[in-house]
Design a protein around this ligand. Structure first.
Ligand code: MF3
Ligand code: CO
Length: 248
Protein backbone atom coordinates (compact mmCIF):
# COMPACT_ATOMS: atom_id res chain seq x y z
CA UNK A 1 0.00 0.00 0.00
CA UNK A 2 1.30 3.43 -0.91
CA UNK A 3 1.75 6.10 1.75
CA UNK A 4 -1.42 8.21 1.81
CA UNK A 5 -1.30 11.99 1.79
CA UNK A 6 -4.10 13.54 3.79
CA UNK A 7 -6.14 16.56 2.76
CA UNK A 8 -6.77 19.40 5.19
CA UNK A 9 -10.35 18.11 5.66
CA UNK A 10 -9.07 14.66 6.58
CA UNK A 11 -6.50 16.08 8.95
CA UNK A 12 -9.29 18.03 10.63
CA UNK A 13 -10.98 14.71 11.48
CA UNK A 14 -7.69 13.32 12.71
CA UNK A 15 -7.37 16.39 14.96
CA UNK A 16 -10.71 15.48 16.52
CA UNK A 17 -9.66 11.84 16.94
CA UNK A 18 -6.43 13.09 18.52
CA UNK A 19 -8.16 15.55 20.84
CA UNK A 20 -10.37 12.81 22.22
CA UNK A 21 -7.25 10.82 23.15
CA UNK A 22 -5.57 13.87 24.66
CA UNK A 23 -8.63 14.37 26.89
CA UNK A 24 -8.77 10.65 27.68
CA UNK A 25 -5.14 10.71 28.72
CA UNK A 26 -5.87 13.50 31.21
CA UNK A 27 -8.68 11.43 32.72
CA UNK A 28 -6.67 8.21 32.94
CA UNK A 29 -3.63 9.96 34.38
CA UNK A 30 -5.69 10.89 37.46
CA UNK A 31 -7.03 7.34 37.85
CA UNK A 32 -3.63 5.65 37.81
CA UNK A 33 -3.17 5.00 41.53
CA UNK A 34 -2.33 1.98 43.69
CA UNK A 35 -5.40 -0.28 43.91
CA UNK A 36 -7.00 0.46 40.55
CA UNK A 37 -7.34 -2.46 38.14
CA UNK A 38 -6.34 -2.21 34.50
CA UNK A 39 -9.85 -3.36 33.56
CA UNK A 40 -11.29 -0.36 35.43
CA UNK A 41 -9.05 1.89 33.33
CA UNK A 42 -10.23 0.08 30.19
CA UNK A 43 -13.89 0.67 31.09
CA UNK A 44 -13.30 4.37 31.73
CA UNK A 45 -11.55 4.65 28.37
CA UNK A 46 -14.21 2.77 26.43
CA UNK A 47 -17.03 4.85 27.95
CA UNK A 48 -15.21 8.13 27.39
CA UNK A 49 -14.28 7.52 23.75
CA UNK A 50 -17.85 6.47 22.91
CA UNK A 51 -19.25 9.51 24.77
CA UNK A 52 -17.33 11.63 22.27
CA UNK A 53 -18.98 9.89 19.30
CA UNK A 54 -15.82 7.99 18.49
CA UNK A 55 -14.90 4.31 18.52
CA UNK A 56 -12.05 2.77 20.53
CA UNK A 57 -10.06 1.39 17.61
CA UNK A 58 -8.26 -1.43 19.44
CA UNK A 59 -11.45 -3.20 20.55
CA UNK A 60 -11.74 -6.32 18.41
CA UNK A 61 -8.73 -5.38 16.24
CA UNK A 62 -7.30 -8.74 15.16
CA UNK A 63 -9.32 -10.16 18.05
CA UNK A 64 -7.76 -7.88 20.67
CA UNK A 65 -10.11 -7.93 23.69
CA UNK A 66 -9.49 -4.49 25.26
CA UNK A 67 -10.28 -0.89 24.35
CA UNK A 68 -6.81 0.23 25.45
CA UNK A 69 -3.53 -1.59 26.08
CA UNK A 70 -2.25 -1.62 29.66
CA UNK A 71 1.35 -2.83 29.85
CA UNK A 72 2.81 -3.05 33.35
CA UNK A 73 6.52 -3.15 34.26
CA UNK A 74 8.31 -5.73 32.04
CA UNK A 75 5.35 -5.70 29.64
CA UNK A 76 6.39 -3.62 26.64
CA UNK A 77 3.18 -3.31 24.61
CA UNK A 78 -0.25 -4.90 24.10
CA UNK A 79 -0.84 -5.78 27.75
CA UNK A 80 -4.48 -6.84 28.09
CA UNK A 81 -6.65 -5.09 30.71
CA UNK A 82 -7.46 -7.48 33.56
CA UNK A 83 -8.29 -7.69 37.26
CA UNK A 84 -4.64 -6.97 38.05
CA UNK A 85 -4.41 -4.21 40.64
CA UNK A 86 -1.71 -1.60 40.22
CA UNK A 87 0.60 -1.12 43.18
CA UNK A 88 3.01 1.57 44.22
CA UNK A 89 6.29 1.18 42.36
CA UNK A 90 4.72 -0.19 39.16
CA UNK A 91 5.04 1.59 35.86
CA UNK A 92 2.24 1.33 33.31
CA UNK A 93 2.13 2.10 29.62
CA UNK A 94 -1.31 3.02 28.34
CA UNK A 95 -1.83 2.82 24.59
CA UNK A 96 -5.06 4.23 23.19
CA UNK A 97 -6.66 4.64 19.81
CA UNK A 98 -9.84 6.26 18.51
CA UNK A 99 -11.67 6.52 15.21
CA UNK A 100 -13.67 9.71 14.63
CA UNK A 101 -15.68 10.08 11.42
CA UNK A 102 -13.55 7.39 9.81
CA UNK A 103 -10.13 8.71 10.85
CA UNK A 104 -7.72 7.39 13.46
CA UNK A 105 -5.68 8.76 16.31
CA UNK A 106 -3.17 6.67 18.27
CA UNK A 107 -1.00 7.54 21.27
CA UNK A 108 0.70 6.00 24.28
CA UNK A 109 2.15 7.23 27.58
CA UNK A 110 4.01 5.58 30.43
CA UNK A 111 3.22 6.58 34.01
CA UNK A 112 4.55 5.69 37.42
CA UNK A 113 2.16 4.34 40.07
CA UNK A 114 2.74 5.90 43.50
CA UNK A 115 6.47 6.07 44.25
CA UNK A 116 8.73 4.68 41.56
CA UNK A 117 12.50 4.15 41.37
CA UNK A 118 14.90 6.74 39.97
CA UNK A 119 15.83 4.26 37.24
CA UNK A 120 12.21 3.92 36.15
CA UNK A 121 11.79 7.70 36.18
CA UNK A 122 14.79 7.97 33.88
CA UNK A 123 13.47 5.23 31.58
CA UNK A 124 10.11 7.00 31.23
CA UNK A 125 11.69 10.41 30.67
CA UNK A 126 14.23 9.18 28.10
CA UNK A 127 11.53 7.25 26.21
CA UNK A 128 9.42 10.40 25.96
CA UNK A 129 12.37 12.55 24.94
CA UNK A 130 13.44 10.00 22.31
CA UNK A 131 10.13 10.67 20.57
CA UNK A 132 10.87 14.41 20.53
CA UNK A 133 14.42 13.79 19.30
CA UNK A 134 12.93 11.69 16.48
CA UNK A 135 10.34 14.22 15.37
CA UNK A 136 12.99 16.91 14.97
CA UNK A 137 13.25 15.15 11.59
CA UNK A 138 9.49 14.87 10.97
CA UNK A 139 9.64 17.65 8.43
CA UNK A 140 9.20 17.84 4.67
CA UNK A 141 12.58 17.26 3.05
CA UNK A 142 13.95 14.85 5.63
CA UNK A 143 13.54 11.11 5.18
CA UNK A 144 11.57 8.70 7.35
CA UNK A 145 14.58 6.85 8.71
CA UNK A 146 16.16 10.08 9.93
CA UNK A 147 13.46 9.87 12.62
CA UNK A 148 14.34 6.23 13.34
CA UNK A 149 18.06 6.92 13.70
CA UNK A 150 17.50 9.91 16.01
CA UNK A 151 15.26 7.91 18.36
CA UNK A 152 17.82 5.13 18.62
CA UNK A 153 20.80 7.40 19.09
CA UNK A 154 19.16 9.22 21.97
CA UNK A 155 17.80 6.16 23.80
CA UNK A 156 21.02 4.18 23.45
CA UNK A 157 23.09 7.10 24.71
CA UNK A 158 21.49 6.33 28.10
CA UNK A 159 22.30 2.62 27.80
CA UNK A 160 18.67 1.64 27.15
CA UNK A 161 17.42 -0.92 24.62
CA UNK A 162 15.40 -0.05 21.50
CA UNK A 163 12.72 -2.61 20.62
CA UNK A 164 13.05 -4.01 17.09
CA UNK A 165 10.06 -6.35 16.85
CA UNK A 166 7.44 -3.59 16.92
CA UNK A 167 7.51 -0.33 14.98
CA UNK A 168 5.50 2.84 14.43
CA UNK A 169 3.28 3.26 11.38
CA UNK A 170 1.48 5.56 9.02
CA UNK A 171 -2.06 6.36 10.16
CA UNK A 172 -5.26 7.73 8.64
CA UNK A 173 -8.38 5.87 7.57
CA UNK A 174 -6.62 2.82 8.96
CA UNK A 175 -4.82 2.59 12.28
CA UNK A 176 -1.90 0.88 10.57
CA UNK A 177 -0.86 2.26 7.19
CA UNK A 178 2.43 2.44 5.37
CA UNK A 179 5.15 3.31 6.11
CA UNK A 180 6.49 1.14 8.92
CA UNK A 181 8.51 3.39 11.24
CA UNK A 182 11.36 1.55 12.98
CA UNK A 183 12.92 3.16 16.04
CA UNK A 184 16.41 2.13 15.00
CA UNK A 185 18.79 2.97 12.19
CA UNK A 186 18.17 1.53 8.72
CA UNK A 187 20.49 0.91 5.78
CA UNK A 188 18.76 3.63 3.78
CA UNK A 189 17.06 6.92 4.62
CA UNK A 190 13.59 5.62 3.65
CA UNK A 191 10.87 7.58 1.86
CA UNK A 192 11.09 11.34 1.67
CA UNK A 193 8.65 13.08 4.01
CA UNK A 194 5.96 15.14 2.34
CA UNK A 195 3.33 17.52 3.70
CA UNK A 196 0.11 15.62 4.51
CA UNK A 197 1.75 12.38 5.66
CA UNK A 198 0.50 11.33 9.10
CA UNK A 199 2.69 9.12 11.25
CA UNK A 200 2.36 7.32 14.60
CA UNK A 201 5.87 7.55 16.00
CA UNK A 202 6.21 5.25 19.00
CA UNK A 203 9.51 4.43 20.66
CA UNK A 204 9.39 1.32 22.87
CA UNK A 205 12.44 1.44 25.13
CA UNK A 206 13.76 -1.11 27.61
CA UNK A 207 15.96 -0.84 30.69
CA UNK A 208 17.98 -3.89 29.58
CA UNK A 209 17.78 -6.08 26.51
CA UNK A 210 15.43 -5.14 23.67
CA UNK A 211 14.72 -8.82 23.07
CA UNK A 212 11.19 -9.85 23.84
CA UNK A 213 8.70 -12.68 23.81
CA UNK A 214 4.93 -12.71 23.47
CA UNK A 215 2.99 -14.37 26.29
CA UNK A 216 0.55 -17.26 25.78
CA UNK A 217 -2.34 -14.79 25.60
CA UNK A 218 -1.05 -14.05 22.09
CA UNK A 219 -0.67 -10.31 22.74
CA UNK A 220 1.40 -9.24 25.71
CA UNK A 221 5.02 -8.55 24.71
CA UNK A 222 7.46 -8.75 27.64
CA UNK A 223 11.18 -8.18 27.89
CA UNK A 224 13.22 -11.38 27.80
CA UNK A 225 15.28 -10.29 30.81
CA UNK A 226 12.24 -9.22 32.85
CA UNK A 227 13.45 -5.63 33.20
CA UNK A 228 11.02 -2.76 32.73
CA UNK A 229 10.01 -1.09 29.49
CA UNK A 230 8.37 2.21 28.52
CA UNK A 231 6.35 3.36 25.50
CA UNK A 232 5.57 6.85 24.23
CA UNK A 233 3.57 7.58 21.09
CA UNK A 234 1.86 10.43 19.29
CA UNK A 235 0.13 10.85 15.96
CA UNK A 236 1.97 13.58 14.01
CA UNK A 237 1.37 15.18 10.62
CA UNK A 238 4.01 16.55 8.29
CA UNK A 239 3.39 20.23 7.44
CA UNK A 240 5.27 23.04 5.69
CA UNK A 241 7.13 23.67 8.93
CA UNK A 242 7.14 22.03 12.35
CA UNK A 243 5.25 18.73 12.61
CA UNK A 244 1.73 19.02 14.01
CA UNK A 245 1.23 16.69 16.98
CA UNK A 246 -2.43 15.67 17.02
CA UNK A 247 -2.52 13.81 20.34
CA UNK A 248 -0.85 16.36 22.66
N1 MF3 B 1 -0.83 1.68 19.30
C1 MF3 B 1 -0.71 0.28 18.98
C2 MF3 B 1 -0.13 0.17 17.61
O1 MF3 B 1 0.22 1.15 17.09
C3 MF3 B 1 -1.93 -0.39 19.29
C4 MF3 B 1 -2.39 -1.63 18.64
S1 MF3 B 1 -3.10 -2.62 19.81
C5 MF3 B 1 -4.20 -3.56 19.02
O2 MF3 B 1 0.09 -0.85 17.03
F1 MF3 B 1 -4.73 -4.33 19.85
F2 MF3 B 1 -5.12 -2.81 18.51
F3 MF3 B 1 -3.61 -4.22 18.06
CO1 CO C 1 0.60 2.94 17.15
Amino acid sequence: MAITIKTEEQIEKMRDAGNILKDLDEILRDKIKPGVTTLELDKIADDFVRSRNAVPSFKGYGGYPGSICTSVNEEIVHGIPSKRRLKSGDIISIDMGSIFEGFNGDCARTYGVGEISEEDKKLIEVTKQSFFEGIKYAKAGYHLHDISAAVQKYAESYGFGVVRDYVGHGIGRHMHEDPAIPNYKQKNRGPKLVKGMCLAVEPMITAGTYELKVLKDGWTAVTLDGRNAAHYENTVCITDGEPEILTL
